[in-house]
Design a protein around this ligand. Structure first.
Ligand SMILES: *[C@@H]1O[C@H](CO)[C@@H](O)[C@H](O)[C@H]1NC(C)=O
Ligand SMILES: *[C@@H]1O[C@H](CO)[C@@H](O)[C@H](O)[C@H]1NC(C)=O
Ligand SMILES: *[C@@H]1O[C@H](CO)[C@@H](O)[C@H](O)[C@H]1NC(C)=O
Ligand SMILES: *[C@@H]1O[C@H](CO)[C@@H](O)[C@H](O)[C@H]1NC(C)=O
Length: 421
């Protein structure tokens, strides 16, 4: 009976119908979907989530510091649902959360997801196309699809790839459930996460990312974000919109092409930065030679912007000339950062980032960031690295509605007060 072909085709029809029903019920109800992002204060926050271990020219390394610089997204996982808050991260693909049993994991306040208590949980097995979506898979003796993801902040998550029902709640309190979403059930997670951070929501371009899975269900492979500036009251949330309706339109929108990654790494959103203007002084990205396409990665999981040493030094020189305070020079713990003793945002210059076809003006609230471990010290939210390229971090992304359109392969920016509405 079970092996009869008609039984199998019956099953196939059921599952196809179920799929069609699921998809149409979502698109009929929601063209797209908007969720809130929120922030938590904690002295243990760390920066810089970009995946390491890639031969990427943009594989920048920054000192790990105690920024409270992450934007968290809440989702419910499993049946019955368990609430999980993960870091919204355009710099990585895999969405993962800490799962029971968690061996040697960093401390977390909320209870961890326990796959044994969910009726919709399933492990992905190793020799399947789903497992091949990971760029490095590990087959366990039981043929489970294992993964190890390391981030540039030397954080590591290890676990198994699994599928689950994910329920999201919109900013207008409307829920949707999505079945069979791939995620990493992390059983050994270490590194610089704080105790409110239960994992990562991967919004990169690769096939396993949350965006790549949600986009087609929500009317398009695109999303947009509006992040509140760092100094905003912690009670005010930011926004992330998926799919149809997330397009960034209207007056003041500027657009720059997404550049395909030169390496096998499908994850990053690369764009081309031609130079930076400090008030009226133009600093080309490079003083000689041509600028490489895709020299900057837009990463919402990294707070500071990171520039190559030479451009950084020229930038700091110009900024210093335009701030009427003495920079701090006698504090080795600040490293090479440009910092000032002040309790207010300095009356500093505007910076214009000249992306190919898109000029982005940043004002002091997007540029000067108070240090959480040093009261009364404010530093330039830009640091240096020895790579040829850099990272456009989330301090600089704030107060812009930024659209990532993977169909048109463009990134759009619209100046927006993200604290409103
Ligand atoms: C999934 O895989 C994990 C890790 O190998 C294992 O402990 C667990 O029992 C598996 N769960 C199911 C439902 O098969
Ligand atoms: C957990 O991962 C860390 C580093 O990634 C490793 O050193 C440690 O041995 C692992 N622990 C277990 C129990 O596998
Ligand atoms: C900086 O930019 C803001 C917003 O575009 C503008 O209102 C302000 O006048 C600029 N400040 C200077 C000193 O140019
Ligand atoms: C940043 O610049 C300082 C001073 O020039 C230098 O010592 C340091 O090595 C640079 N950092 C990186 C990661 O290149």
């Amino acid at each position: 009976m079970v092996s009869s072909p008609s039984f199998y085709s019956f099953l196939a029809i059921i599952s196809l119908l179920f799929h069609l029903f699921l998809i149409s019920s979502i698109t009929a109800k929601n063209d797209g979907f908007t969720v809130k992002l929120f922030r938590k204060a904690s002295p243990f926050s760390r920066s810089h989530l970009m995946r390491s271990s890639k031969n990427n020219p943009n594989d920048a390394h920054a000192p790990v510091r105690g920024y409270i610089g992450h934007y968290l997204m809440e989702l419910n996982i499993g049946t019955p649902p368990v609430k999980v808050s993960g870091i919204a991260d355009t710099g990585s693909d895999l969405t993962w959360t800490s799962c029971e049993p968690c061996v040697g994991c960093y401390k977390q306040i909320e209870p961890l997801f326990n796959p044994l208590k969910s009726s919709t949980y399933s492990n992905v097995s190793c020799n399947t196309p789903l497992c091949d979506k990971l760029d490095t898979k590990e087959c366990s003796p039981e043929k489970r699809c294992g993964y190890t993801y390391a981030y540039a902040s030397s954080s590591v998550t290890k676990g198994v790839l699994a599928q689950e029902t994910i329920t999201l709640t919109s900013n207008t309190n409307e829920p949707i459930s999505l079945n069979g979403i791939l995620f990493g059930c992390g059983h050994n997670n270490t590194g610089g996460f704080n105790d409110h951070e239960m994992g990562i929501i991967g919004l990169g371009r690769g096939p396993v990312s949350f965006l790549s899975q949600l986009g087609p269900l929500l009317g398009g492979l695109k999303f947009s974000q509006c992040l509140v500036p760092f100094l905003t009251d912690i009670k005010i949330s930011s926004k992330l919109s998926f799919g149809k309706g997330s397009e960034v339109l209207g007056q003041g929108v500027v657009t720059t092409p997404m550049v395909p990654s030169p390496t096998q790494d499908k994850t990053p959103y690369l764009v081309t930065l031609e130079g930076i203007t400090v008030e009226d002084t133009y600093l080309p990205f490079k003083t000689s030679g041509t600028v490489a396409k895709g020299n900057m990665m837009i990463d919402s999981g990294t707070p500071p912007t990171i520039l190559p040493n030479d451009l950084y030094d020229r930038l700091v020189n110009e900024v210093k000339k335009r701030v009427s305070m003495e920079p701090i020079t006698n504090d080795p713990s600040l490293g090479n950062q440009l910092c000032y003793h002040t309790n207010t945002s300095p009356n500093g210059p505007n910076l214009t980032f000249h992306f190919e076809g898109a000029n982005i003006v940043l004002t002091p609230i997007q540029i000067f960031i108070p240090q959480i471990e040093k009261v009364g010290v404010i530093c330039l939210g830009i640091t240096n690295n020895s790579a040829e390229g850099g990272i456009y971090g989330n301090f600089a992304q704030s107060n812009y509605l930024i659209g990532f359109d993977l169909e048109r392969e463009v990134v759009s920016f619209k100046p927006t007060d993200c604290t409103k509405g």
